[in-house]
Design a binder for this molecule. Structure first.
Ligand code: IPT
Length: 998
């Protein structure tokens, strides 16, 4: 036992049965370790096939984009901004909704994902849990774990046994895709932030950790295993035997207060990470498996647009560069693409969107400046191998003349990096400073030499360099930041950038040749001077013209581009697109919205990308010397090629003509989704709620039988209860407390009489409906019908709290004049419960409403005999009505046209809740009373842009007068012409009569 009975009682827990602890062999480590030499490490970085790599990774959850046909699209966008790795969580709940049945087919099949990662040229950090947190229902734990006795995430036979099947099966999938099998997987993280435990569980048990590790090592998984501590505790490295190959910790330093996006917390910048890491993990590369890339949001909060403001490009500059300063060389940004909590997969606190305010929007778009900012940073690492070898030091004031600026050096025997920032990281003032850099040949140099000072404008941080090699050229120092460089046969190109209204300086060794200023006005905004110390200084001012640039040629073949950062945003170093290429092509070009790939084929250059406007293209390096043909998305472009080899062309953009069917003019059909209210409704097929003890041991039931949905296998969507009783004529009131999770609501009827609703409250998991009961005749038979919105399960973050087991269902009820057992209860959720009906859309997509049980939310429902009526007609009484219609779309091929449905959030004509179905996928849970989401993006692939679609909406009017939704319409985001190609539709099975449906 991991805890004494006394402790358990003190925690208010009861044990359903004796729980057995699993014996752990202290030799676990040596037993399970696998020999592999493809992925190795030292204290500075990882090596892949013997080569040092910066693992620059972004988090993406394939399950939050249920269109495998779009995975490559997102991965190419990640790759195009310079990442070389992605991290993925895998959600156990979705793969083993039915205990013992691991189902990973169709949209849940990860093989196409691994293939796409490889094709895009991205390594994969696999994070299969079994616990993942991730704001998903149950934190990734299947609902049926609520019936496993004892504390979850502890080393009991019961818990470990419950994970065995999943770990065995998912390991096969991951192992097959390891680098040793020519796959992209280079790292595995198990469990998730496994540290926090209630008193009595002490520190989490590393016996448990070692068991999980053993389970994974028992399979063919051989890549290094990493962990992610929530904070730098070092518990795991302090544990003997060493429990992890590479130690990592997470960081979300700005927190999640997206209400106040301008305000950064006072002590948000970590300044002690290097020192702590040197203590707890001196021998492994500095690893941050999750660093804040945005923020989660809950019901009723500000929404993701605000998170994108809080966690914007300035946040990335200051906080990410602070991580590079401490030496983080395995670095994963959570999230780079958030996606969608479709089909009830989200935890109860969150709503449908999981946009996260990330670099790539939920609609797969790149217009947030933070996307471009990271592109500048990530590309720097591709061309700065010295950064991975540099020794790290604490930040200090010694390299600058202004103590409002702090500099952190990272040094090697030659190349040095100086990461400068405001001493008060929140400072928004412009601060001038001078910087002292070390050089091998010229000693210490105080820069700028040809100007008064450098400047740090607003919230910012800069990586200055000295003795920086550029092929066989040598930059003595540069205050401007390096974006990229390439050495070609006939020339070398270096691209540096700085912000508007900054002064910068860069120095190169002299040679006999002269320099030429190819862009910029000597003496006005740029000056070039040779020093007596035999080097040449280029000094320039950046204007606030977004396209400002200077270009200087030195050494006759060394071209230095000095760009306004906004101009640099439009530059790309695309991958070749050849697959299995984890680097980039040799092409450097200015384009527009997105460059996916660049491929040289003899004297032809093929570009693939997306444009949102007519876009000038300028290839400054990497085009064949005598270019004969240039194509963009397969069509040839007119071009010119200068004698410096610069190629110019224009991609014309023509906006497509988008015709969307007017939603209010569709032939809507409707059906009552609460037939339960009619007098002759037969609920004999429903499950009897007859468990006198709950298999969920979190706390004892307070009713005579368990009315916990999970005890009967219902974990998702709406749950309905029917309570039959014989009246004694003395009834006067009834009170009931449903618990559906945060923002849940419920409605109660007696026979066909509406008794009342609990409308819900954000952050509150249960509510009470108190109702007067009309006079009932002694001996007459009656039934209560309760509909409860199940918002998803709690996560299970703190070991011992076992919040996954926080039940959903009826907590208590009080029926004065009756005993609890006078009511005989029936329950239903989704048809089949854990033996769910829709294997294609998975275990969580549908709930327990009549129309869902019947499968009518899918295409081709038998609507022939249904009435006509549309959602905005409104309902005059409380109840639930399902509306459905079909429409065709005919969006021009070759365009990415992100479409969303937008509700009106005005509930002045009655409070209601809605669920939105698109081709059978639940793609929106709209609770206007809570907010913030009222606009629901639908990914192409779920929506058929070139054919027929079925939309379905359940409207649950919660108030006595019914409800009238004020509007429902389309919303179109930015349209692009895309080189991605056709998108394969996700499977959308049609309605078929369901056996046993009730
Ligand atoms: C960290 C979790 O590991 C991750 O799964 C996700 O929930 C993330 O937070 C927030 O989106 S936990 C950290 C905030 C302490």
């Amino acid at each position: 036992m991991l805890f004494s009975k006394l402790q358990v009682l003190a925690l208010g827990l009861t044990l359903a049965s004796e729980v057995t602890a699993r014996a752990v062999d202290v030799d676990t480590e040596s037993m399970y370790s696998r020999q592999q030499d493809l992925v190795t490490w030292d204290d500075h970085s990882l090596f892949v096939r013997g080569e040092r790599v910066m693992v620059f990774s972004g988090e993406f959850h394939p399950f939050r984009l249920p269109v495998p046909g779009l995975w490559l699209d997102v991965l190419q966008k990640i790759k195009a901004s310079g990442y070389n790795c992605i991290s993925i969580y895998i959600d156990w709940f979705l793969l083993e909704g039915e205990p013992g049945e691991f189902r990973a087919e169709g949209i849940f099949d990860l093989q196409p994902f691994f293939d796409a990662a490889k094709q895009a040229g991205l390594y994969v950090l696999a994070r299969p849990g079994p616990y993942i947190n991730a704001e998903v229902s149950g934190g990734g734990f299947p609902g049926w774990l609520s019936r496993v006795p004892g504390a979850l995430r502890t080393n009991t036979d019961e818990f470990i046994g419950a994970t065995d099947n999943y770990i065995k099966e998912i390991s096969k999938v991951i192992a097959k895709n390891q680098i040793s099998n020519e796959g992209p997987v280079i790292l595995l993280q198990i469990e998730n932030e496994y540290q926090h435990a209630l008193d009595g569980y002490d520190m989490p048990s590393y016996d448990y950790w070692n068991s999980v590790k053993g389970q994974f090592r028992d399979t063919d998984i051989a890549v290094p295993i990493i962990n992610n501590e929530a904070h730098q505790y070092g518990y795991i490295t302090a544990h003997t035997p060493a429990s992890v190959d590479i130690y990592g910790h997470d960081g979300y330093p700005l927190g999640f207060d997206c209400e106040n996006p301008q305000s950064w917390p006072e002590d948000g910048l970590p300044t002690d990470w290097l020192a702590i890491n040197n203590e707890i993990a001196p021998d492994t590369p500095y690893t941050i498996p999750e660093f804040q890339g945005g923020g989660f949001q809950h019901w009723g909060q500000a929404g993701f647009a605000n998170c994108a403001l809080l966690l914007n490009m300035e946040f990335e500059r200051v906080l990410y560069k602070n991580n590079y300063a401490v030496g983080a060389t395995i670095f994963n940004i959570y999230m780079i693409y958030g996606g969608t909590n479709w089909g009830n997969l989200g935890g109860h606190m969150g709503f449908t969107s999981y946009d996260y305010g990330a670099q790539i929007t939920e609609e797969r778009q790149l217009w947030r400046e933070k996307y471009s900012e990271v592109k500048l940073q990530a590309n720097f690492f591709h061309v700065s191998p010295a950064f991975l070898e540099a020794d790290r030091f604490n930040s200090s004031l010694q390299f600058t003349d202004n103590d409002a600026i702090t500099v952190t050096p990272a040094t090697t025997n030659s190349t040095n990096f100086y990461i400068a920032r405001h001493t008060d990281y929140r400072n928004t003032e412009s601060v001038p400073y001078r910087l002292t850099v070390k050089t091998v040949d010229h000693g210490e140099i105080d820069i700028p030499q040809l100007g008064d000072s450098l400047v740090m404008n607003r919230r910012d941080s800069k990586i200055h360099v000295s003795d920086y090699p550029v092929g066989d050229k040598h930059v003595i120092y540069s205050s401007a930041e390096v974006f990229t460089w390439k050495k070609y046969d006939d020339k070398t190109i270096l691209v540096v950038y700085g912000g508007p209204d900054e002064h910068h300086e860069l120095a190169v060794a002299n040679d006999d040749s002269d320099f030429s200023i190819l862009a910029g006005s000597e003496g006005e905004n740029i000056s070039v001077q040779s020093t007596k110390d035999d080097y040449t200084i280029i000094s320039w001012d950046i204007s606030d013209d977004p396209e400002d640039r200077k270009v200087v040629r030195v050494h006759s073949d060394f071209y230095i581009y000095m760009l306004n950062r906004n101009e640099a945003y439009n530059f790309w170093v695309p991958p070749t697109g050849a697959g299995s290429d984890y680097g980039t092509s040799d092409v450097i070009l200015k384009a527009g919205y997105l460059m996916r790939t660049a491929q040289v084929d003899g004297t032809t250059l093929h570009l693939v990308g997306d444009v949102n406007a007519t876009t000038p293209i300028e290839i400054i390096g990497g085009a064949p010397a005598e270019l004969e043909a240039l194509t963009f998305n397969g069509r040839s472009l007119q071009f010119t090629q200068s004698n410096f080899g610069v190629v110019k062309a224009t991609v014309d953009f023509e906006a497509p003509d988008i015709k969307l069917p007017c939603l209010s003019h569709l032939q809507w059909k409707k059906i009552d989704s609460l037939p339960e209210l009619s007098g002759d409704y037969d609920d004999s097929a429903w499950v009897d709620a007859n468990l006198e003890e709950s298999p969920n041991d979190r706390y004892p039931i307070k009713t005579h039988v368990s009315l916990r949905a999970g005890d009967y296998g219902f974990h998702t969507g709406s749950v309905l209860f029917r309570g039959h009783f014989t009246a004694n004529g003395k009834e006067s009131s009834f009170e009931i407390e449903p618990q559906g999770g945060s923002a849940s609501g419920s409605s109660l009827w007696l026979d066909d009489t509406f008794l009342g609703s609990y409308l819900g409250e954000a952050g509150v998991v249960n509510g009470t409906i108190t109702a007067d009961i009309p006079a009932l005749e002694d001996g007459s038979e009656h039934v209560f019908t309760l509909v409860m919105d199940h918002m998803g399960l709690h996560d299970n973050y703190v070991v011992g709290e076992d919040m996954l087991k926080d039940p959903r269902g009826i907590q208590t009820y009080d029926f004065p004049g009756h005993k609890s057992s006078d009511i005989a209860w029936k329950i239903t959720g989704n048809l089949g419960g854990e033996q769910y009906a829709d294997k294609v859309r998975g275990p969580l997509n549908e709930g327990g409403l009549f129309v869902e049980r019947q499968g009518f939310h899918q295409p081709s429902a038998p609507t022939g005999a249904w009435d006509e009526g549309k959602p905005t007609d409104g309902m005059s009484e409380p109840g639930i009505t399902y509306y459905t219609a079909t429409f065709d779309l005919d969006i021009s091929e070759g365009y990415d046209v992100p479409l969303a449905f937008k509700f009106d959030d005005d509930v002045s004509d009655g409070v209601y809740r809605a669920q939105l179905y698109v081709n059978g996928y639940q793609y929106g849970k709209f609770v206007p009373l809570m907010g913030p989401q009222y606009r629901f993006p639908i990914h192409e692939g779920i929506l058929n842009h070139h054919g027929e679609n079925t939309i379905g909406i359940t409207i649950w009017a919660q108030e006595r007068g019914g409800a009238k939704p004020k509007g429902l319409g389309w919303d179109v985001s930015m349209v692009t012409e895309t080189g991605f190609g056709q998108i394969e539709l996700s499977p959308a099975p049609r309605w078929e009569e369901r056996e046993g449906a009730y």
